[in-house]
Design a protein around this ligand. Structure first.
Ligand code: ATP
Ligand code: MG
Length: 418
């Protein structure tokens, strides 16, 4: 029989990798909570409409990256490709649009049918934040500052660049769209097939093209900045001013657009050169039109999402917490195992991390204790058990002492061992 494999582009998170994922999520969540963002979780499966209406039919995600499932009732469902649309849907379905502002943090798996490669999976994981109901620049600045603080805590911020741009309001964006399309029409024969297709349907996305020929044409394309009206410019200036005051370095990138339809005004990405071509670790922007697109009231929003796998690839050894060394229970014979489990329970209640060793005699079990990197072995032989004692062996020095079981926790704590 052939061995079963995971689905292409979907990875197991084995314990060592999982620890790093959890570290990223826990750090991000704690920082987000210190800003007053509360954790939210929405279902992994949504009606296709949730993404179709918001991201638009012509977005890469909806047109070619979604996992679609039909349930037994014939509903058109999809595995969520991103978090924002689902969170916005939740705001509406739970009638939360009256209690603004709303500040949410989320973490979880996303699914996209893409060509798997380094830093690009079909099931990957996002952390993200959404801030609803704040139309002013203070909201944009705050979510960027939150992103920056998380990256700093993860010891990543010195190796990423915050690239920032504005798409302006709808007037500016439409003006730009028309000018870009006019320019690209003159070069249509030289455009890549993908970009040709995007020209009518989603022209701004062409700015994101990785094709060398497209890039050459784009060099002389009209710039977004030339289409910005006074209000859009003012909004953007205020954000940049705020970032300067908070000492968050950034680089203007007039080519930066977000691939999704609902963005306006600020768009930003934290990028790195460390991960080859999958260089964007965190991306976001303002999406004032989103809730209205879904049939709700006009509620402004701004947020971002970061790929946990890409953040994990950038973690350095020093920043990952080293797990606390356990204590190992070492009964000298199998018939003493149950006393070992009993002692372990007591010690865990006193705050220790305690692991059982399984099978064999003293020598074999001490080897196992070393293998799990235990700091001490708690040895239980016939004498210890009959007198409620335990032999505490320091596995680094080999020193051992006999102690009443009831006092062994204090003894360890006095030595600074948990
Ligand atoms: P890209 O240009 O890399 O395709 P995107 O614009 O599709 O990114 P977003 O939808 O903005 O990405 O998602 C935010 C972040 O999620 C990205 O910056 C990246 O870190 C991560 N991400 C997106 N798609 C994947 C994927 N298939 N595998 C792993 N991480 C991903
Ligand atoms: Mg993508």
């Amino acid at each position: 029989m052939t061995t079963l494999q995971p689905v292409r582009g979907m990875h197991d998170l084995l314990p060592l990798e999982h620890q790093k994922h959890s570290f990223v999520i826990d750090s991000a969540k704690n920082i987000a909570m210190s800003y007053g963002f509360a954790e939210i979780a929405t279902p992994l499966i949504e009606f296709k409409e949730v993404f179709k209406r918001t991201l638009g039919d012509v977005s890469d995600i909806v047109s070619k990256e979604m996992y679609e499932v039909a349930d037994r009732g014939g509903e058109h469902l999809v595995l969520r490709p991103e978090g924002t649309a689902g969170v916005a849907r939740a705001v509406m379905s739970n009638g939360l649009t009256q209690s603004l502002p709303l500040k949410y943090f989320y973490a979880g798996p996303m699914f996209r049918y893409e060509r798997p490669q380094k830093g690009r999976l079909r099931q990957f994981h996002h952390i993200g934040v959404e801030l609803f109901g704040v139309p002013d620049s203070v909201g944009d600045i705050e979510v960027i500052a939150l992103a920056h603080e998380i990256l700093t805590t993860l010891n990543i911020s010195s190796r990423v660049t915050l690239e920032i741009n504005t798409l302006g309001d709808s007037e500016s964006r439409n003006d730009y769209r028309n000018r870009l399309v006019a320019y690209l029409r003159d070069h249509i024969t030289a455009l890549s097939p993908d970009s040709k297709e995007r020209l009518e349907r989603n022209p701004l996305r062409i700015l994101d093209s990785k094709d060398e020929g497209d890039k050459r044409i784009l060099k002389n394309a009209p710039q977004l900045t030339e289409s910005m009206n006074a209000r859009s410019k003012e909004v953007f200036e205020k954000i940049l001013e705020g970032l300067k005051i908070l000492q968050i370095p950034f680089k203007l990138n007039p080519q930066l657009v977000r691939g999704l339809d609902y963005y306006c005004h600020v768009a930003f990405e934290f990028t790195t050169t460390e991960l080859g071509s999958q260089g964007t670790v965190l991306a976001g922007g303002r999406y004032d039109g989103l809730i209205a697109t879904m049939g709700g009231p006009s509620i402004p929003g701004v947020g971002w999402a970061a790929g946990i796998e890409r953040l994990v690839m950038m973690l350095t050894q020093e920043v990952c917490p080293t797990p606390t060394r356990p204590l190992a229970i070492v009964p000298m014979e199998e018939e003493f195992d149950i006393y070992g489990l009993q002692l372990a329970q007591t010690l865990r209640k006193q705050g220790h991390i305690v692991e059982m060793t399984y099978g064999g005699g003293l020598g074999k079990r001490l080897k196992k204790a070393n293998k799990i990197n235990a700091s001490h072995a708690l040895i239980l032989g016939a004498e210890e058990i009959s007198s409620h004692m335990v032999t505490l062996k320091n596995l680094d020095t080999g020193d051992q002492v006999l102690s009443p079981q009831s006092q062994v926790s204090q003894l360890l704590k006095d030595k600074g061992v948990l």
